[in-house]
Ligand binder design. Structure first.
Ligand code: C2G
Length: 149
């Protein structure tokens, strides 16, 4: 990471299912807001509560992918929305970062740390990837069809 990062510990949260460029960009931008980035990766059970379905990728695999990124210093499994204050305290975070689909949702935590919402990356989402995979023929099938095989 570049050494021009301002001092301070940053925390962010997410599911990071079917990890994509929007996830990478928000983590890189979050990391640039301090000199240490911790990521709370939401548990499978918490996802089921939030979205009424399980992620495609299990929590320890999602966490391993996020933990391997150069911009990420530490990770933990986020068990519940209500534990945010505790996580911020434990991590000693001075900034909480979320994508702007969460705008306003964490303002009540601004007595503990700065709360920043970053613009989402356009035109990419787990839901969109899922729908593409379901509906678009695989590139191999397409090539075979073009070759009349
Ligand atoms: N994101 C983004 N651009 C996209 C898609 C996602 O910037 N095109 C950001 C989201 O705004 C979020 C992060 O990537 O900050 C992770 O997104 P999700 O995996 O969808 O996380 P979510 O299920 O919203 O979980 O406690 C809150 C939850 O854990 C957040």
């Amino acid at each position: 990471m570049n050494s021009n990062r301002p001092p301070g510990r940053v925390i962010t949260f997410g599911t990071f299912d079917l990890f994509h460029i929007g996830h990478l960009r928000v983590l890189e931008r979050a990391a640039a807001l301090g000199d240490h980035l911790t990521v709370g990766v939401s548990s499978d059970a918490f996802n089921f509560q939030k979205k009424n379905r399980l992620p495609f990728v299990p929590q320890e695999d999602r966490r391993a992918i996020v933990a391997a990124l150069r911009c990420v210093d530490d990770t933990f499994i986020e068990e519940s929305m209500e534990l945010k204050e505790q996580y911020i305290r434990e991590v000693r975070a001075s900034v909480l970062v979320m994508g702007d689909d969460w705008r306003g949702k964490f303002d009540h935590l601004s007595h503990m740390c700065k709360v920043e919402y970053l613009p989402r990356t356009a035109s990419v989402s787990t839901t969109e990837i899922e729908s593409l995979i379901r509906t678009r023929p695989s590139p191999t099938a397409q090539i075979r069809a073009e070759q009349g095989a």
